[in-house]
Design a binder for this molecule. Structure first.
Ligand SMILES: [Zn+2]
Length: 380
């Protein structure tokens, strides 16, 4: 905790920030809890079997079509159950003056994300059960290989296909910033394909930046809310941080980590399914798609248990990117002022409690990041 105490420049969090973040966390937990309850209820009551029978009858016994109908019903039910939480989240953003989005635009986004979710779920589930039918012994290993390909494809397509469904992007037209990025990149001996202006202000008052994509689609995106209200020095510090992610190959490393977890997840899912079939007679065969809630339950519980570890790994990467930034820019002052402004603008907690940071935060607390910058400046 002494790092927080050292950060004299950081003011204490406001009651608004505390409340906003607490409610947001509880919304997330409640949403997750309801999803988990749905899965358990479907399995415990046997309703999943009833849904499968409806799907089969409607599909006139066509397996693939029945799988699709089952997925459709499951996605619709979970969307309806999750909608109240998402609506409350939308209201919360407005209550704290963090959102510019009108209800119509929000509903349209909800619809689009529902469709994308349905398409992805259909592709994945059809693939899984096709493999289970053809390779009941090794389906999980083959599925893992297919998933790996899908991860890489999605990472590549996200900035050019997925993000533009929700936001407008255009190449950054600020010559001074482009020049500074080229200097930073040359010093790093690397090249980022592009920097894009992200039109976030149409929906949000918050500011953000990120490194996205893979290979030819790799790019830094900077929110217009950042570009319009931060000095060139501050934006350069943010750019240097994102370049740090690039230099340390964080996207690729995260894919490897995901790959290892997914391999274990598929192995575990196979074991649990076998156990449910042999010990409990819950399902006739592996490819009885009424067992889908059990598969999702295994992956949800695994993700939940691994969340602190994954967040710790992410915070490690963020500290690495921060250190890269300190080395690359002339002074840490713009980094410190950018972080402080970001926290104020996004109503982020600069000093969350230790367990909140441990469990929920993918980034180190702002107070710690500022303290690390000050310590770095003192040591160099
Ligand atoms: Zn970062």
């Amino acid at each position: 905790m002494n790092t927080v105490a050292q950060a004299t420049a950081v003011r204490a969090d406001s009651p608004e920030s505390r409340h906003y973040n607490r409610v947001k966390r509880w919304l997330g937990v409640a949403d997750f809890g309801v999803g988990l309850t749905l899965l358990i209820v479907l399995l415990a009551t046997g309703w999943t079997g009833a849904l499968r029978d409806i799907a089969y009858r409607t599909a006139s016994q066509n397996y693939s079509y029945a799988v699709f109908l089952y997925v459709l019903m499951l996605v619709v039910i979970s969307k309806l159950l999750g909608l109240p939480f998402e609506y409350y989240g939308f209201q919360l953003e407005h209550h704290y003056h963090l959102s510019n989005q009108k209800l119509r635009s929000w509903l349209w986004d909800e619809f689009k994300s529902f469709l994308i979710g349905l398409i992805l779920a259909t592709v994945i589930v059809e693939l899984l059960y096709m493999l289970m039918r053809r390779e009941p012994q090794h389906w999980w290993l083959i599925a893992w290989g297919v998933f790996l390909g899908l991860f890489v494809l999605l990472a590549q397509l996200a900035p050019v296909v997925l993000f533009p469904i929700f936001y407008k992007f255009e190449p950054l037209d600020n010559e001074e910033l482009r020049r500074r990025l080229i200097v930073l990149s040359e010093r790093a001996g690397t090249r980022v394909r592009g920097v894009y202006k992200w039109h976030l202000s149409e929906k949000s008052k918050k500011a953000n930046a990120a490194l996205t994509g893979l290979g030819a689609t790799r790019r830094i995106i900077l929110a217009d809310t950042l570009l319009d209200h931060y000095s060139d020095d501050e934006i350069e510090a943010v750019l240097a941080h994102e370049l740090g992610h690039h230099v340390h190959r964080h996207i690729l490393k995260s894919i490897f980590v995901q790959a290892a977890i997914t391999l274990f997840g598929f192995y575990l899912a196979n074991e649990v399914l076998l156990y449910a079939i042999e010990r409990f007679n819950m399902f006739d065969t592996m490819s009885d798609f009424a067992n889908l809630p059990l598969l999702i339950l295994v992956s949800s519980v695994l993700s939940f248990l691994l969340m602190p570890a994954l967040h710790a790994y992410s915070r490690f990467n963020e500290r690495q990117a921060d250190r890269y930034c300190f080395q690359s820019v002339a002074s840490v002052e713009p980094f410190i002022s950018a972080m402080t402004k970001l926290a104020e603008q996004n109503l982020a907690e600069k000093t969350p409690s230790r367990w909140v940071e441990w469990f929920f935060h993918s980034h180190p607390a702002i107070a710690k990041r500022v303290a690390a910058a000050e310590a770095w400046a003192k040591a160099h």
